[in-house]
Design a protein around this ligand. Sequence first.
Ligand SMILES: Cc1cc2nc3c(=O)[nH]c(=O)nc-3n(C[C@H](O)[C@H](O)[C@H](O)COP(=O)(O)OP(=O)(O)OC[C@H]3O[C@@H](n4cnc5c(N)ncnc54)[C@H](O)[C@@H]3O)c2cc1C
Length: 470
Amino acid sequence: MAATADARDVIGEATLGELEATLRGHLIRPGDPDYDQARAVWNAAHDRHPALIIRCAGTADVMRAVEFARSEGLQVAVRGGAHSIAGFSTSDGGVVIDTSPMQGIRVDPTGRRAVAQPGLTWSAFDHETQAFGLAVTGGLVSTTGIAGFTLGGGIGWLLRKCGLTCDNLVSADLVTADGQLLTASDHEHPDLFWALRGGGGNFGAVTSLEYRLHPVGPLVFAGPVFYAAVDAAQVLRGWRDLTATMPDELTTLANILVAPPVPFLPEPAHGQMVIGVLGVYAGPVEDGAKAAQPLRTLAEPIADLMGPMPYAAMQGLLDPLWTAGAQNYFTGTMLNQLPDEAIETLLAQHAAGRAPVQELHLHHGGGAMARVSAGGTAFAHRNAAYVLNIIARSPDREGFDEHAGWARATHQAMDPWSTGGYVNFTSEPGQDKVQASPPDTYTRLVAVKDRYDPTNLFQLNQNIRPTGHR
Ligand SMILES: Cc1cc2nc3c(=O)[nH]c(=O)nc-3n(C[C@H](O)[C@H](O)[C@H](O)COP(=O)(O)OP(=O)(O)OC[C@H]3O[C@@H](n4cnc5c(N)ncnc54)[C@H](O)[C@@H]3O)c2cc1C
């Protein structure tokens, strides 16, 4: 289908008129004044032209959109926060089921639950739950959408204390390929509920997510501390050693990055490789200050911004560095260990890269994430000691393919310590990502896909192909 497909050529004006008349939300087509703004996704590496964007006002619109896409044989992209790195939430010539207008949330402070619609970002979600001093593991960048994030797993600052985001999902409503609304929980469609927690958007369009919440903040001990390149190996080895004994309340990340020209970093460091160690202590501030102290003395810091801060401020701290509209390539892998040789490999790879923004994030795993059994949810890599996210980013296309190649080469160089992928941290669509799940998990995922989406209507994701569609 042509990249500039007009829905009128493909579908017919009368049919589109009928669709529009049955929606409470908004239908956007090529040529409409808001089309270009509506088709844009966070990662500008994916510049696609859907035939239709259905801005859903509620569940009824999602049901109508799914039914329409199926009956017209259109490719379906489902969108929440539009942060898919791989560009799954857009399509050339297909239909985008855009849930971003669905922003409702109800917080039950007594029962510590939130029921949230899929169009919310973490910023909006945290805003509502923090009013009661509650939170669930959310994204490191608060503009990310809750839906895609949760369905893929969900790695964030509360990971070690509260588990992955998907570990805190209590139930979800979703519209399956036959246009029906189902509730999935431990008690209803438990096979589907298992698959939704790590299996991504393969099984339907989610219209509501119910989360378990935890007391967090509003003030936490958190923030980043930065070290110079000359101390890089010592700092990473020191951080790695500390992770062996860190309390579950403390979730940290070590980042090998090119220092951005920000006022809180000394000018001579700008444009140079530096190491950032960032963390959040999900507990009393005084305990956090004590627990985080060793992270601040791994060498002589060039900037130490750790201290008491609102949890919501920490959630938004990195937002200015990760705005929409640049070209991005991410590739992630789980690491079972981080020996000195792996640290040296990462430092050498970083030095070899040329991207304007290139970052190697080492998320510390373990804690509550590791206490869920490998078969308990579709997110099976419970024993990963670290999750590595390799990021190349540039403002435009120039050099981007080379930078993406660097990210792939870095991933390959880390193969000796890799144990599997993470669907949310990848730019490459491909069956191998889900097939890299443990065999038991993959077999179960296919069985659930066969049952709820046998024609593979929902295929713009790390796709689990149903039997008969191989
Ligand atoms: C700047 C940035 C920071 C990030 N930080 C983190 C991080 O800290 N931790 C982490 O774990 N991940 C992180 N990610 C990855 C993120 O989890 C995924 O990109 C996730 O898919 C984003 O969700 P979304 O709703 O914004 O995306 P969208 O692009 O809207 O959706 C992505 C995919 O999720 C599925 N999906 C979305 N909504 C629905 C729905 N309603 N029903 C069914 N399926 C749906 C679809 O398959 C869709 O293609 C980050 C990504 C970016 C770009």
